[in-house]
Ligand binder design. Structure first.
Ligand code: CA
Length: 687
């Protein structure tokens, strides 16, 4: 297939779930083994790799220097155009073979504002035109690259722009959002709906006067937005924006160019670059960092991708019969173990970090990449800015020729010090399995998930009181540090939390489901590791029970901001929950040994009940002991508190990060002894 027909990058394929072909036993990363196995891929090992920093277009001394790495090419042409589409080239230049498989051409004076493509001849055949793979600017739909002075796209004050300083990843509170979901609904009150610039608008409100847009994020208190793919992707026709097409964007086309449909003018190559930077700058001014969702694991097209039109075959893995292997479930998978592919990924994230001041990267289907590549990504990014963090999906969506030992899998995270992985353990245990819509979880009354929730609470690290053999997914601790775990119960994939609760709590009223959502998120936000939430959950947004909304219309995906008024209490709860986490380092321990020492589970035998304490001013917390009791049953539970003076922080679906107060405004205090935990709620206390 040459066009992404179905985005199934949602799946969780456990390691070992897919049969690995016998020939793949020869490690693909070992050149000798690859050659010995008689693999067609072996030829790629002979390609010279260019390691210079001037691939693509370099503007200097009024000149435009082009360099394309195309080691299998017999000839390469550079076409110059007046426009981003239509018309014939006004000039075509034969490029000159240069060092390490590259081809060069220089144009004087630099054709500022013009467009260009490359055309590669392989085995006597001219391939279709491509904007290349290093272009940083493009015309509409990304078909032609553009000659742009990037410095001219910088908004005023850009040199002084800084993202939030972050000591550890688990000081972050991640908010996953899509540009259209967030601003497209009429109730957003935002002028630049569905655009990068939506984030630049201050003072926007819904019809009831509640803050929306960036003011909403400030009010909520999240530290980072995680924006769904915002590089130039394939599916939305940028030349026909009135069609209002929607797509998540997991179909990469130009990796180093912002998506045109999110700009106010996709035909102006500078607009998307400038507006992306304006968005980042506005968020940074609000103290909010920007995480990019990156999808280097596959491309939208196969034979006619920009990779294939430059160096056919090289960028992908293949099956023994020469066909594309498909660990992405989208038709192909890239080959990060090959030097030029690894360099490409590393250089691309470095570019986004430097040029766009990106604060973090979320790798889609990260386990398609090898651990060595991911470690290099993290290492190189930390050199640019130590606050940058990297996390990803520690799974693939299908079998891969890359041996499991080399994959950046969840279970291999111990081999990746500065990388975090999503915990599907806590996700599926708290709310029920992602693929079984009607299956409830711990927070919705299903027994048998207690131990897996505990695995989530300790961030999948080794803990003397957690019996991993009873885990639903992982059967052994896999993280060596809580900094390696992202906790969540919902994201863009699969049913969002609101819809999952609707289907797994039959006969329930909405108030019950909101209670369950509060409990589920309380577990996530108080657990060790880094919390992650899906945009709109704080106002209890649904997606009309659609599982895979990757191309569903705005009517399904848009957040209706009237919900912020209707579900104000829900919003206030999330706000307090985030404030609680940010105020208390006990929830943000950075060391597995600290967790083993300062987190103690109480011996509870009741189903759907977990009770634990964070002890002895854990991680320097001002509170000596924090007790958390989660009751996922629909009946009250009774627990016995040690004697003392316990201040109540959360009870019966209410939470105040400085402590709940009674009608007279006095802090609620419990003396110890027997106390009740209401159905589907958390009891949080401190002393
Ligand atoms: Ca596009």
């Amino acid at each position: 297939m040459n066009r992404l027909m179905l985005n199934i990058c949602a799946g969780t394929f456990a390691a070992g779930a897919i049969l690995t072909p016998a020939w793949a036993e020869a490690a693909q990363t070992d050149p000798v083994a690859v050659a010995a196995a008689g693999r067609a891929d072996a030829k790629y090992l002979d390609y010279p790799v260019y390691r210079g920093d001037d691939l693509g277009l370099t503007l200097r001394d009024g000149r435009a220097d082009f360099r394309l790495w195309a080691p299998s090419a017999k000839a390469v042409k550079l076409n110059l155009y007046d426009q981003g589409r239509y018309g014939a080239p006004y000039r075509t230049i034969e490029m000159t073979p240069s060092e390490a498989g590259t081809w060069t051409a220089s144009v004087t004076p630099a054709p500022m504002g013009k467009f260009y493509t490359f055309q590669v001849n392989v085995d006597g055949k001219w391939l279709a035109e491509t904007p290349g793979i290093y272009n940083r600017a493009a015309g509409v739909n990304g078909m032609r690259a553009a000659v742009v002075d990037l410095a001219a796209t910088n908004p005023q004050g850009w040199a002084d722009d800084r993202g939030p300083a972050l000591k550890n990843i688990n000081d972050a509170v991640l908010y996953e959002m899509h540009h259209r979901d967030f601003s497209i609904h009429p109730s957003s009150g935002i002028a630049n709906k569905g655009k990068f610039l939506a984030m630049v608008e201050n003072g926007t409100v819904n019809p009831e006067g509640d803050a929306t847009g960036i003011d909403h994020l400030k009010e909520l208190g999240v530290t980072h937005v995680h924006i769904l793919p915002s590089y130039d992707y394939n599916s939305v026709d940028e030349a026909n924006l009135p069609a209002n097409q929607y797509n998540w964007g997991y179909d990469p086309f130009n990796y180093n160019v912002p998506e045109g449909s999110y700009s106010t003018n996709p035909s102006d190559p500078q607009a998307r670059i400038r507006e992306f930077k304006q968005m980042v700058q506005a968020l940074h001014k609000a103290g909010i960092g920007v995480v990019m969702d990156v999808v280097y694991n596959h491309t939208a097209n196969n034979d006619d991708s920009n990779f294939s039109l430059t160096v056919p075959g090289y960028f992908y893995r293949h099956n023994a019969d020469g066909s594309y292997s498909d660990a992405s479930g989208c038709g192909n998978e890239t080959a990060s173990e090959r030097q030029a592919v690894r360099d490409y990924i590393v250089n691309s994230v470095k570019y986004w970090a430097k040029e766009y001041h990106i604060d973090g990267f979320r790798f889609d289907l990260m386990a398609i990449h090898d651990t060595e590549t991911m470690n290099e990504v993290a290492r190189e990014l930390k050199k640019i800015n130590p606050s940058i963090f990297v996390y990803g999906e520690g799974w693939t969506a299908g079998g891969s020729p890359l041996p499991e030992a080399n994959r950046a899998l969840k279970v291999n995270v111990a081999k990746m010090n500065d990388i975090a992985v999503f915990s599907d353990d806590i996700r599926d245990a708290v709310k029920g399995h992602y693929s079984a819509a009607e299956q409830p979880g711990f927070a919705t009354g299903a027994p048998g998930n207690e131990e897996t929730v505990k695995i989530g609470i300790v961030a999948s690290t080794a803990h003397p009181q957690v019996d991993y053999s009873k885990g639903n997914n992982a059967k052994a601790p896999y993280a060596t540090s809580p900094k390696q775990i992202i906790n969540y119960v919902s994201c863009h994939d699969d049913l969002c939390l609101t819809d999952k609760l609707a289907l797994s709590m039959p006969g329930s009223i909405e108030a019950d489901r909101q209670r369950a959502a509060r409990l589920a998120q309380t577990i996530v936000f108080t657990s060790q590791g880094t919390p992650f939430m899906f945009a709109g959950e704080e106002v209890f947004r649904g997606k009309k029970l659609v599982h895979n909304t990757y191309k569903s219309p705005d009517s399904v995906n848009a957040i209706d901001w009237n919900l912020k008024h209707l579900n104000r209490e829900q919003f206030e709860f999330y706000k307090e929950l985030i404030a609680l986490r940010k105020a208390h380092p006990a929830f943000r321990m950075t060391d597995a040994a600290d967790i083993a020492k300062h987190l103690r589970f109480d011996n509870v035998k009741t189903s759907n009940l977990i009770s634990y304490s964070l002890l002895d001013h854990a991680n320097g917390d001002e509170w000596k002991e924090i007790k958390l009791v989660f009751n996922g049953a629909d009946t009250p539970a009774e627990v016995k508190l040690p004697k003392g003076k316990w201040t109540v922080v959360s009870r019966d679906g209410r939470l105040c990060h400085t402590g709940l107060t009674d009608a007279e405004g006095n802090l609620q205090i419990l003396p110890g002894g027997k106390t009740t935990v209401e159905p589907r709620s958390a009891l949080i206390l401190y002393r």
